[in-house]
Design a protein around this ligand. Structure first.
Ligand SMILES: Nc1ncnc2c1ncn2[C@@H]1O[C@H](COP(=O)(O)OP(=O)(O)OP(=O)(O)O)[C@@H](O)[C@H]1O
Ligand SMILES: Cc1ncsc1CCO
Ligand SMILES: [Mg+2]
Length: 268
């Protein structure tokens, strides 16, 4: 078992060296912030989702991320085609089950996507609790549960689907069903900026792309980068409006040593 978390800095370096192409099938709200987060961190985002090309594009992407935030029926074949292609090509793909508990349509699509075996599931506490079958108080896309209360649900899900599960909130938790990590940091301003979690899902794809066979470490590194940069930006921000550009600047400016020095990760 690893006792050091210096893999975070190493993986950040690799993202910048390799500039991985990440196919982001994400919601309409998150398109701009997700692409900017990936560019700032050093990855190469492409928002390619049409049924006619999503699977083909997954063939050239280094990772695929799928987010059901603004779901409509026409989006589903592209999502499933890209997930299938990623699975066939043994490329990582990340699922963000936004508000999957809210409607029968979302529940159905998420269950079909889960059958295609995501490498990583990233959600907020209410989403992770509900996906595991636990009581959830989520309201639309917003969590109403504490992230600490979703740790058991994350373990259940990771074991059930044999994947990595990341639950975010005031503290973050990552597990592969056996090993776990708690990541502290971030800022209460982060949930006040829309789609930062969606952007983090896409960034997790970028880290997984440069860490084949190590999706647990990749997920921790992506979340740690968000936590350190979010906390840093919050020291200078006056509110959610000024936080967003400061956060992008922090993502672009941070180096591997500073990430390793400031990340607060406990491996369990
Ligand atoms: N209260 C908080 N304190 C510190 N960091 C937070 C807090 N809430 C969320 N974060 C951070 O914000 C980022 C996004 O996580 P969050 O759980 O808000 O995602 P989400 O609910 O899926 O977001 P969205 O649906 O708006 O994209 C993570 O890096 C997380 O650590
Ligand atoms: C606000 C919103 N609505 C659907 S997706 C989304 C972005 C945050 O999940
Ligand atoms: Mg979300």
């Amino acid at each position: 078992m690893r006792t050091s978390t210096s893999f975070c800095g190493e993986l950040l370096d690799l993202v910048r060296e390799r500039n991985p192409l990440v196919q982001c099938i994400t919601n309409d709200v998150s398109m701009n912030i997700a692409a900017n987060v990936l560019l700032a961190a050093g990855a190469s985002p492409a928002m390619v989702s049409a049924e006619e090309e999503a699977a083909e594009f997954a063939g050239i992407a280094a990772a695929v991320t799928i987010n059901i935030g603004t779901l409509w029926a026409g989006a589903v074949p592209g999502m499933k085609g890209a997930a299938r292609e990623a699975g066939t090509a043994a490329k990582p793909w990340v699922l963000d089950p936004v508000a999957h508990y809210a409607t029968a349509f979302r529940r159905q699509v998420v269950s079909e996507l889960l059958e295609l075996k995501p490498t990583i599931i990233r959600g907020n506490a209410s989403e992770v609790r509900a996906l595991a079958g636990d009581v959830s108080q989520g309201q639309g896309v917003d969590s109403r549960d504490s992230s600490a209360s979703a740790r058991g649900s994350a373990l259940t899900l990771a074991r059930r689907h044999r994947c990595i599960v990341a639950v975010t909130g005031d503290t973050d938790f990552v597990t592969d069903g056996t090993r776990s990590a708690v990541i502290e940091g971030g800022s209460p301003l982060m949930p006040k900026v829309t789609a930062l979690g969606c952007a983090l899902t896409c960034l997790t794809g970028a880290f997984a792309a440069v860490a084949p066979g190590q999706p647990f470490e990749a997920t921790i590194a992506a979340l740690a980068l968000f936590s350190v940069c979010g906390e840093d930006a919050s020291h200078r921000a006056q509110g959610p409006g000024s936080f967003q550009p400061l956060f992008l600047d922090a993502l672009a400016a941070i180096g591997p040593q500073r990430l390793d020095a400031e990340a607060r990760i406990s491996l369990q």
